[in-house]
Design a protein around this ligand. Sequence first.
Ligand SMILES: [Zn+2]
Ligand SMILES: [Zn+2]
Length: 342
Amino acid sequence: MSIETRLKFPIDEVPKYGIFHQINKQIHWIRMPLPMSLNHVNLWTVGDKDNLTLIDTGMQLDDTMKLWKALIKKEKLSIKNVIATHMHPDHIGLAGWFVKKYNSNFSMSRTDYLQCRILSADTGNDVPNDAIEFYIQAGMTKDQIHAFTKRFGFFGSIVHPLPRSYNRLKDGDVIDINGADWLVIDGQGHTMEHLSFFSEELNVFISGDQLLPTISSHVGTFPTEPEANPVEDWIASCHKLSKILPEAVLVLPGHGRPFIGAHKRLKALIDHHETSLEKLHNILKTPKRAVDVFDVLFKREIDDSNIIMATGESLGHLNCLYYRGMIKKSLDQNNQCWYEQS
Ligand SMILES: [Zn+2]
Ligand SMILES: [Zn+2]
């Protein structure tokens, strides 16, 4: 039986884009479109219509802004606070827009705030040599690297400029939203300081991309920090969440449907990465580059549209094996990095 069938999905109806869909007295679900194969993102409001806290905003897209304007008008919503779970465009894209247009307060984690400002600032700049070097070492071809350089700086086009100041939220904070306490929990591996929100009182966990029901969140290494070990961080974060969350909590995820079965899902995610690490280790009896291991890690076809993600995930898993002392790496005369069992 797949993990999906062992989770419970207690809410039958999935709202259309831009609809204010009630979960309980405190919480509403708003779904917004995304222009990719993962075609939607879930956003959550907590509180009453005249005093709402919005968790995640959607990407900066004309369609999403139109849907937001119509929804705010139709339902007479007043969004007083905006919180971003993390710095990815599908979640944070319109945070700056809300602050500017609706004068909302804005909160998120410090590391993701700074990282988002840095990535947005890349738009319009040249591709750094470090990044090209990083992908040469991973084994990408000239054409693949060219495709990457053409897309460089895209991030800033789908994220509205962030406000120049923000309220910092951090692990262990307890925030009061509309009379209920919410524990702030940080997670690492998907981004550097991803925040999720757990209300014991309401028995609800707003998980962002830290805990998704059917897809495994992207966990990868990027040129800004080539030696990062996000897979180990991610596994540790899954263990941490297992200790904090009750199994029966209703999980409201950034993608997919609300579900019950947090422990089952966290265990499946840990097992998924440990199995990938084991398979990866097995094929490294002979030396391989990051681009040579896609078959082990991905079921889907890897092409120019997803090679950066795939290379990042491969390097993330290779770094994890390296730090566990299970493989060694060396650069050849073409500046490509080869990994092999130690
Ligand atoms: Zn994300
Ligand atoms: Zn996401």
